[in-house]
Structures are given as C-alpha cells and as structure tokens.
Design a protein around this ligand. Structure first.
Ligand SMILES: Cc1cc2nc3c(=O)[nH]c(=O)nc-3n(C[C@H](O)[C@H](O)[C@H](O)COP(=O)(O)OP(=O)(O)OC[C@H]3O[C@@H](n4cnc5c(N)ncnc54)[C@H](O)[C@@H]3O)c2cc1C
Length: 471
C-alpha cells in the first residue's frame, strides 16, 4: 500500500473530470490526483463509434483553456454553414494533448490511468499496486453521470442465433446488408441513420425502431461567436415570447415549434421525449425520408422470422442487420448537492452542457468560501428525458443563470469562459471594457428581467399541467 498526498482526488478522466481539473489548476495552486480505469483520458469518447461527432460545435467543448478544432465553418455536408463538429478521434487526441502538454507539465497533476477507484480515497492500478490518497480538500466524483454507450454492454433484448446485431462501432465493417434495422431513436440512432443515408443507402432499406418520438434542437440556434449573434438573439427572444404567450403546455410546444426552437421528425406525431438531441434542417430532411418507422414500444426480442416489441410482433426475413443504438448516454440521474460532506459530485448546472458545468463548478469551488454559497450558485440540473423536462430544464437553467448574472465576478468569469455558449452572446457585452458600462448594464438588466419573467411563467405552466394530470 502506497500513500500519496493531494488537495483533490478526481475520479474519472472523462470530459467532465478534465474540464473541472483544467479550471481548478488554472485558477489555483492545488495538487490533483486523477484516477481512471480507462487507458487514456476522454471517457466515453474513447469507445465511441467511428462516425460519431460532437452534436454541438467544437467551439464550446473540451476544456476552457484550450480551443478544440479551429473554429471553422463547415463548407460541405449536412452541417454546411455551421461551426465544425469534432470527430471522436479529434476529441480523444485533444484530451491526450491537454493531459500531456498542459496538465502533467504543471507538476501538480498526477494521472493514474488503468486504475480502479475503490472508495475511501483508495485505488488500485493495473499492476495491482494499491494507493491511499491523503486528500487535503475534496474527493471529486466525475463518474456520477454514468454515461453508457452501446459498445459498453450487450443489447438489452434477446437476439436469436444467426441474427446479426452489432453496436454502431461495428457497423462500417458489417455494412452490406439488404436491410438495416436501427434500434433506438436517440442521438446515436439518429447518427446511425444519417451515416447509412450518407453512404447512399436508400431510405426504404432502413427500418427505424422508435419507441418515442423526440423534440429536437436546431443546431443553427446553438452557434458561437458574432457571426451568429443576431440569429441567437432572435431565437432567444422568440423562445421567451413563445413562453410568455403560451396558454398551456400544449400551446407552448406548438409555439416553440412555430418559432423553430424545437423540431420534430414527423409533424403528425406529438413527441413525448426531449433529450437535447441536436440536428440541422438538412439532417432533419434526410431523417424524414425514412418511412418504415416502427412505433410499437421497446424491442424485446429478435427471432429468426420476426421482431417482438412491447406492442406486438413484426415479421422479418432474418437477413437484416440490427444496429443497437439503445444505450442511455445521458441518464436522468437524481440530483444531489454538488458540494457535500462527501466531496464534490459533478453534475450539469446548465441543461446538456456538461463540460461547461464542470468548469464552472471548479471555478466556484476555487472562488467562493462556503458550501452553502457554492450550492446556491450551482443547483444541479438532471438530464432531460420527457417533453415536460424541456420546461423543467429551461426553468432551472434560467434560475441558475439569474443567480450568476447577479454576481459581477461570476458574470466576468462567464464572459471569458470559452465553454459558455451564452457567454459568446452575453459575454462580450458583460466583459469590463468591452462595452460602455451603461449599455452593458442595460443589456444585462433586460436579459435578467426577461429570464425572470420567463421563469415565473414556466413555473405557472408546470403547476397548471400538474393539476390537469393529477389523479
Ligand atoms: C454520442 C455522444 C455525443 C455527445 N455529444 C456532445 C456534444 O456535442 N456536446 C456536449 O456538450 N455533450 C455531448 N455529449 C454529452 C457527453 O456525455 C458529455 O459531454 C461528456 O462527454 C460526459 O463526460 P463525463 O466525464 O461525465 O463521463 P464519461 O465520459 O463517462 O467519463 C467518466 C470516466 O470515469 C471513469 N470511471 C468510472 N468509474 C470509475 C471507477 N470506479 N474508477 C476509475 N474510473 C472510473 C470512466 O473510465 C470514464 O473515463 C455527448 C454524449 C454522447 C454519448
């Protein structure tokens, strides 16, 4: 047994652990021990399928201190005209670079890959050496979000012998079937459909198992920088107006769709799922070309001659390739206080912006005195899953944002944070010296009152909805 000392013990070198350490090490002189069972940093990205890309721009992914990619606008493909999206390869190379060129040279980060955390400050390396870390400040749990991608586990339904069923990781090597069955309609299912269509496979050769339809985000409205500032401002204003004018939750979704804040694949079907999946209009058009969509609940079993779902059986000839896209990459975990007696539990503090959240939590840890204040600034925000979660996440988002804008130091930090997608919009207005103070204050005050009124209205809509659905 070896003893080592550190201020922080971080468990998990995924995107959240890396963003947290980057901000902490940049802002303090602390020493960090980082433990991960994986062989390289990057978490789930290291086992991702080969054609995955970020679904939101690289411009606000990674760690705060280093740009990911080159902030170029795609000239070709279904993301044309929008900011680039890193591939899994780029993401992994980036984290390797951050580790080797930024973290380790500080002499304050000790990294233990291929090491299993055993609890109570103890971990074991692959070679079997056990360490106990004497932690002066906190243990940081950067594993709590429990990201699962299909390659990490077998499909959760039975597959008869002789039927081909693969995770998307193996799809390029197994392509060549007459029919492809895409199991699951989350972002991985969407990526898989788009990859097949992008290879020129006709849409009528795809069968898409879609237990729930989903509200989707339009990537054009989630872009950084001055180029898109007017569009983002217009889309924010339209969303705020839709909420203000909504007479009910049902009416709200109608209005949000009308102003382009939410999209859906089939206009005839009212989505019940919302998980921040993000597409472009061009991608949406491609997906709409798939007509064999099976809406019969979850897949239970694949037999030689049929698929069995919650809602019944569908005859199949046994020659199709099934692609399992059912893993829960963004589970709705119970919220727990981020700063607790047991340490820090990294969670989202802005909807579906995990890396930004981790960096902000590190800044709050470094800059604020006590846990009550820190928790007040960092209310955790569980991942959305249902349509109603759009309201919950938006409400919680606005609540956190308002608390941050009430704090001038935090507002200044946000304005310089590369990972803050809103900072690209509000930041340059709020940063000292970049705008006349009176103009800046007026804009901030307008933003605050819009957020505040919107939060109140969302609250009202949710209370009304709850009373309608109460038994
Ligand atoms: C396909 C896909 C695309 C995505 N695209 C985007 C995007 O475009 N933009 C965006 O903001 N977000 C995106 N996300 C969300 C994404 O999940 C987060 O951005 C982020 O990668 C999650 O990182 P994490 O650190 O929470 O988890 P993980 O990546 O799961 O990292 C956790 C780490 O903890 C380690 N670990 C766990 N338990 C132990 C233990 N006991 N001992 C030692 N080590 C342990 C694991 O080995 C792993 O390395 C995407 C997610 C998926 C699945």
């Amino acid at each position: 047994m070896h003893n080592i000392e550190a201020d922080y013990l971080v468990v998990g070198a995924g995107a959240m652990g890396m963003a947290f350490i980057d901000a902490l090490v940049s802002e303090t002189e602390t020493r960090v021990v980082l433990v991960d069972r994986n062989h390289q940093p990057g978490g789930h990205w290291t086992t991702a399928y080969p054609f995955v890309r970020l679904h939101q721009p690289s411009a606000f992914y990674g760690v705060n201190s280093l740009r990911l990619g080159s902030d170029t606008i795609d000239q070709v493909g279904w993301n044309e005209g929008l900011y680039e999206l890193a591939t899994a390869g780029e993401v992994c190379a980036y984290y390797d670079h951050v580790m080797r060129q930024q973290f380790l040279p500080t002499g304050r980060v000790s990294y233990f890959p291929m090491s299993e955390y055993l609890g109570e400050g103890r971990f074991a390396t692959l070679a079997g050496t056990e360490y106990t870390v004497d932690v002066a400040r906190r243990v940081v749990d950067a594993t709590y979000m429990r990201v699962v991608v299909p390659s990490m586990r077998p499909p959760p339904y039975r597959v008869a012998p002789g039927i081909d069923c693969v995770p998307p990781n193996d799809l390029p090597r197994h392509a060549g079937h007459q029919r492809y069955v895409i199991v699951g309609a989350g972002k991985t299912g969407i990526d898989t459909c788009l990859w097949l269509l992008g290879q020129g496979i006709a849409p009528d050769r795809l069968t898409w198992i879609m237990p729930r339809d989903s509200w989707l985000l339009d990537r054009a409205t989630i872009q950084p920088g001055p180029l898109f500032a007017d569009l983002i401002k217009a889309s924010f204003t339209a969303r705020v107006r839709a909420i203000a004018d909504a007479a009910s939750v049902e009416d709200l979704f109608r209005r949000l769709e009308d102003v382009g804040a939410l999209l859906r694949i089939d206009p005839a079907i009212r989505p019940t799922m919302y998980r921040c999946a993000t597409v472009t209009q061009a991608e949406l058009e491609q997906l709409r070309g798939i007509t064999d969509v099976v809406r019969m609940g979850h897949l239970l079993r694949v037999d030689a001659d049929k698929m069995v779902l919650d809602g019944g059986a569908v005859p199949m000839d046994g020659c199709a390739l099934y692609i399992d896209c059912t893993a829960d990459g963004a589970e709705k975990r119970p919220a727990k206080p981020i700063f607790g007696t047991g340490g820090i539990t990294l969670q989202s503090v802005r909807g579906c912006q995990q890396v930004f959240s981790a960096a902000l939590i590190a800044h709050v840890e470094a800059a604020y005195p006590d846990d009550a204040t820190k928790n007040q600034l960092c209310a955790p925000l569980p991942h959305p899953d249902t349509d109603l979660d759009w309201l919950r996440v938006t409400l919680a988002d606005y609540g956190n944002q308002l608390r941050w804008l009430d704090d001038p130091d935090l507002t200044a930090w946000l304005s310089a944070a590369r990972l803050d997608v809103l900072g690209h919009l509000l930041g340059h207005l709020a940063a000292p010296g970049s705008a006349k103070p009176r103009v800046r204050d007026r804009i901030l005050s307008m933003a605050k009152s819009a957020l505040s009124a919107t939060a109140t209205k969302l609250d009202t809509l949710m209370v009304e909805e709850a009373s309608l659905t109460a038994p």
